[in-house]
Ligand binder design. Structure first.
Ligand code: PLP
Length: 334
């Protein structure tokens, strides 16, 4: 029985056509700026998202780090959600490596940060305080899509208060597909955007940071500093380009599969958070301790957490979702 891996959308394997694109990629040394495929990926995504420049990096963690460090000096501060990936799941990199102080605030149930709370957290210009320089948002945020009018309001606030605005758009395309808009409708509000190619888009490796020419020039210097300057990286960029050109629209299938899973689990009596994109959050409470082994026996990989996250992706087909529903039906009876 094939393994159905619902732990994350990072587990996808490159498709045959993607591997062919990787095989055929024209290569050069990207540290010299001479890899034509990396250059093509950067130009393509910058253009699509409405930015002047872009930078290919190994991971989303590095992409966010370079973005934050390119916006902020030592002793500056960024405002961010308590549950944001940048703040909580990146080893404190901005503080450790960038000497950038985070000012976390509690997020709202819809994945947004209350803009009144954001504004209240901006520090006055006073030498006692770190300088508040940046607001970082995440979209999708744990599978939830931030509304476009909210993004416009965040843009207005940051302009009015002299802050920059960064988007951790690891799953930008899930948000765009869900809203039925070009990704640029989201990214137009931001000064910089980090996009993961290795999540639902299905590339094996890579993220891209987009921004102004000056910002990306700073990020390029920082990328070298943190060891992210790769050489014949076009073999990886080719996978990313393929993903962007062929595997965006199909995210709607992942969303439909997640919706099906969410409604089936609700019918079984589980408490399920509203499903918007490719993530299903289920409250398992004390049963979280046994779910992992139970599912593993049925060829289904999940992580054990009281708030269980099930993620659909390229390598989970609709028929396999029915197998998962069947397994949870059995689990609910034991
Ligand atoms: C995965 C992820 C990242 C970081 O990506 P890595 O490539 O795993 O370093 C950043 N932000 C969010 C929201 C993510 O899901």
């Amino acid at each position: 029985m094939p393994l159905i891996d619902l732990r994350s959308d990072t587990v996808t394997q490159p498709t045959v056509a993607m591997r062919e694109a990787m095989m055929a990629a024209e290569l050069g040394d990207d540290v010299y700026g001479e890899d034509p495929t990396v250059n093509r990926l950067e130009a393509w995504l910058a253009n699509e998202l409405g930015f002047a420049a872009a930078l290919f990096v190994p991971t989303g963690t590095m992409s966010n780090l370079l973005g934050l460090m390119a916006h902020c000096e030592r002793g500056d501060e960024y405002i961010v959600g308590q549950q944001a990936h940048t703040y909580k799941y990146e080893g404190g990199g901005a503080a450790v490596l960038g000497s950038i102080q985070p000012q976390p605030i509690d997020g709202e149930a819809d994945g947004s940060l209350d803009l009144a709370k954001v504004e209240a957290a901006i520090k006055q210009d006073d030498f006692h305080f770190a300088r508040t320089r940046l607001l970082a948002l995440e979209n999708t945020m744990q599978g939830k899509v931030l509304p476009l009018d909210y993004l416009a309001a965040a843009r207005d606030l940051t302009r009015r208060r002299g802050l920059s605005l960064h988007l951790d758009g690891a799953r930008l395309y899930n948000a765009a597909v869900k809203l039925g808009v070009p990704a640029r409708a989201i990214t137009q509000h931001f000064d910089s955007v980090s996009v993961c190619l290795s999540k639902g888009l299905g590339a094996p490796v890579g993220s891209v940071l987009c921004g102004s020419v000056a910002l990306i020039a700073r990020a390029r210097r920082l990328r070298k500093m943190v060891g992210g300057g790769m050489r014949q990286a076009g073999v990886l960029a080719a996978a990313g380009l393929y993903a962007l050109q062929h595997q965006v629209e199909r995210l709607a299938e992942d969303h439909a599969n997640a919706a099906r899973l969410g409604s089936a689990l609700t019918e079984l009596g589980y408490s399920v958070e509203p499903v918007q994109t490719n993530m299903v959050y289920v409250q398992l409470g004390e049963r979280a301790g046994t779910v992992k082994a139970f599912m593993a026996e049925r060829g289904i990989a999940v992580t054990a957490a009281p708030r269980l996250r099930l993620v659909t992706h390229l390598d989970v087909e609709a028929g396999q979702v029915e197998q998962v529903v069947q397994a949870f039906t059995e689990f609910s009876r034991v």
